[in-house]
Design a binder for this molecule. Structure first.
Ligand code: CA
Length: 723
């Protein structure tokens, strides 16, 4: 860790101790000192309740994850606008030193940017220059990567009274000194013997830090917790699935399960072993008008309800939006987007609060475009369904009923035959933050089409670890895919930026992209929408019309949401690059062609008139050559396909094609012999690099069959055109 000098720190702490309550006014002499690095300490100390509650009035900063507690990602800054945007140039870049996924929204407080990269590493930068002030690395055991469904990503930090809060991928919640990056406290928020992870940004209201976790592709039970920001002590916890015995947990969620939750679960089923899922892995917002904490709940574990809970119940609070009292965690309301989730249809996607006029009346609403393909407008105080409509093509329902409940079609409850469903488990919209422009009353959604064949896993077994969804990822996949299969899969992947009118529930404008899985969205008082794309373009659109006004090659795929701030009279626009995450791991091989650049973790910051440049990526050459002769009969290859799809595909890619984030196994030297393969797959010889042993879920025969399948794909792969 690089540090400020001890002397400057001592001065800073002495000078500003006791300044933690109330908004601080700066004297002239204090103002002068803003030019020294010490500002990180003094200003961070003043991030407090009044400042967060009024964040909209200080758009020169970006104080909390979604800009304000409403998380509209609408900044009123307007120096960059349709007339000036063509003058945007690179002010500075900062290398995050990672080629794993980067999903962070930077927080900017009085000249300091706090941003995270993969493996939960926190960087504090001078927001004017990108100069590094400090770096904090929580030094996560790389084996934890195998518990992360969707890459070892992190979506950012929260600030409160001189401390920076980060959720660590291994389940820790940590508080750092904002001036130095020194660890102040660390608490473990999960049972680390299970496959829990944290990728979401903490949120802070009145001295409580809220954090959930991920892991519902694995056997875990979800919850959200509130911790004391000063001490790291647990204040309350709200579970999102019942206690396995439907008994009280001694937690604040007990009453909600007694009254509405428990009856929606049967008394048999895998949920009793798995915990049922329902992880709160991303969106948590605070409604300061109604004094409610509102969070999104993830999918069921296992996904397949007929395995999870054969009684066929709705399974609260899976795939729900839940509101609780922020100080106690007491349940207030819920709205379930996908009753009886069967498809990994999380409701963890961006939640946005807004005041909009509906049928002549001003309503305070919460809006979401969850994975299931429907856009919802709910009353923020009560959770009442106001309206909904599908924002992407979907074929699992015939629409929503009057209460917003999906009217399922029978085929969607898949059985032993594949059903090609829209959306697939990656969703019509995933974690990529959406935005709302209150001046135009439009929501901007990074939407996508990534269908998937759903089918029962006929070999399902209860397992205490690793991916286990009850869904067969090899459904409808040939052992020997030809060019036509590849082209068909590739053609099914679409992405677009949608301007959605929440009052009419219809598309105002749509901009088609070349790929799925594009970046999050920012909208501004300058009448612009900013979004990065998988192909490495960062673009500005006219917020009203969708006309593309500016674009810039950022030399890496982009997935995160942009931010903006102002210093010395200049408006900056900033974006973290590095696309990684679930799509890159599981399906990115289909997208990775000559137009998709590799991922380079970086902060790229623009302002008008700047003329900097982005360094070219320095990439290793990958030799695309099979490392062994074809072997294995038809039966072995089929076994290999099924086992690969279940145990390997979600990290190393469907059809054994990797996007390059993790090794493409087709070209791996470890495929050259049974012994070499075995040492990695079953004996864990690459554990220190994150490839743990799979001996607990793969037999020796299955492991060798996977090698046969992968080698077969290598020979096929040299013939495929990935374009
Ligand atoms: Ca999931």
């Amino acid at each position: 860790m690089t540090k400020l000098t001890a002397a400057s720190m001592a001065v800073a702490i002495f000078a500003f101790a006791g300044c933690s309550a109330g908004q601080t006014q700066l004297s002239n002499s204090e103002q002068t000192r803003l030019d020294t690095p010490v500002q990180a300490e003094r200003i961070a100390n003043s991030v407090d309740a009044p400042r967060l509650l009024n964040a909209f009035d200080t758009p020169e900063e970006w104080l909390t994850h979604g800009f304000t507690y409403d998380e509209q990602r609408f900044s009123p800054l307007h120096q960059v606008n349709p007339d000036t945007v063509s003058q945007l140039g690179v002010a500075w870049t900062y290398d995050l030193k990672t080629n794993r996924g980067v999903e962070a929204t930077p927080i900017i407080v009085d000249g300091v940017m706090y941003v995270t990269s993969s493996w939960s590493v926190v960087h504090a930068l001078d927001a004017r220059t990108g100069e590094e002030l400090w770096v904090y690395d929580p030094e996560v055991d790389r084996a934890v990567g195998a518990s992360a469904c969707c890459d070892v990503v992190n979506r950012g930090v929260a600030l409160w009274e001189g401390k920076v809060y980060v959720g660590v991928i291994d389940g820790r919640l940590e508080a750092l000194d904002a001036a130095t990056g020194d660890l102040v406290w660390s608490t473990v928020t999960v049972d680390q013997s299970k496959d829990y992870t944290i990728t979401g940004a903490p949120r802070i209201v009145e001295g409580r830090v809220y954090i959930g976790n991920g892991g519902a592709e694995y056997p875990v039970r979800g919850y959200i917790s509130a911790y004391d920001a000063d001490t790291g002590e647990l204040d309350w916890r709200f579970y999102t699935t019942p206690n396995p015995e439907k008994a009280p947990d001694g937690a604040v969620s007990d009453e909600a399960f007694e009254t509405v939750g428990n009856v929606t679960w049967g008394d048999e089923g895998e949920w009793k072993n798995s915990g049922g899922g329902g992880t709160v892995w991303d969106s948590i917002i605070y409604d300061q008008v109604n004094d409610l904490l509102i969070f999104g709940v993830g999918n069921g574990s296992p996904w397949n309800r007929s395995v999870r809970d054969p009684s066929g119940g709705d399974n609260l609070f899976l795939s729900s939006i839940v509101a609780v009292k922020p100080d106690t965690g007491e349940y207030v309301w819920h709205f379930q987007t996908t009753p009886g989730d069967n498809w990994d249809y999380t409701a963890t996607q961006s939640l946005i609060l807004a005041d909009i006029e509906i049928e002549g009346a001003e309503r305070r609403v919460v809006m979401q475009a969850p994975k299931n393909g429907f856009f919802y407008v709910l009353d923020a105080a009560t959770g009442e369904f106001i309206s909904g409509n599908n924002y992407v093509p979907q074929n699992w329902t015939s629409g929503l009923d009057d209460e917003g409940r999906p009217i399922e079609i029978a085929e969607a409850r898949y059985g032993n035959e594949p059903y090609l469903q829209f959306p697939g488990p990656l969703g019509g919209h995933n974690w990529h933050p959406m935005a709302f422009n209150p001046e135009l009353e439009l929501v901007y959604i990074p939407a996508q089409e990534i269908p998937l064949n759903y089918q029962n896993d006929l070999r399902y077994m209860s397992r205490p670890v690793k991916w286990n969804t009850g869904m067969d990822f090899s459904a409808a996949t040939p052992v020997e895919p030809n060019q036509a299969v590849f082209d068909f899969l590739r053609a099914g992947l679409k992405g677009r930026l949608l301007a959605w009118d929440p009052k009419t529930q219809d598309v105002r404008w749509s901009h088609e992209h070349n790929n799925a899985w594009n970046g999050g969205v920012l909208t501004t008082g300058g009448g612009l929408v900013f979004q990065g794309q998988l192909e490495g373009r960062f673009s500005a659109y006219d917020a009203a019309t969708g006309d593309m006004l500016w674009e810039y090659d950022v030399k890496s795929g982009v997935a995160s949401g942009p931010g903006t701030y102002e210093l010395d009279g200049d408006q900056y626009v900033t974006i973290t690059t590095g696309w990684g995450s679930a799509y890159a791991l599981a399906a990115g091989g289909f997208a990775y062609d000559e137009v998709v650049p590799p991922m380079v973790g970086r902060v790229v910051t623009f302002k008008l008139g700047a003329s900097g440049s982005i360094p070219d990526p320095d990439l290793p050459e990958i030799l695309r050559e099979p490392q062994a002769e074809d072997f294995g009969n038809e039966e072995t290859l089929q076994t290999g396909l099924i086992a690969y799809a279940r145990a390997c595909s979600v990290c190393h890619g469907g059809l054994a094609m990797s996007s390059g984030v993790l090794p493409d196994l087709r070209w791996s030297p470890f495929t050259s012999s049974e012994a070499a393969w075995r040492s990695v797959v079953l004996e864990g010889s690459l554990r220190s690099q994150g490839m743990v042993s799979f001996a607990d879920v793969l037999s020796e025969d299955e492991a060798e069959a996977i090698r046969a399948y992968v080698v077969k794909q290598a020979h096929i792969g040299t013939q495929l055109k990935q374009k």
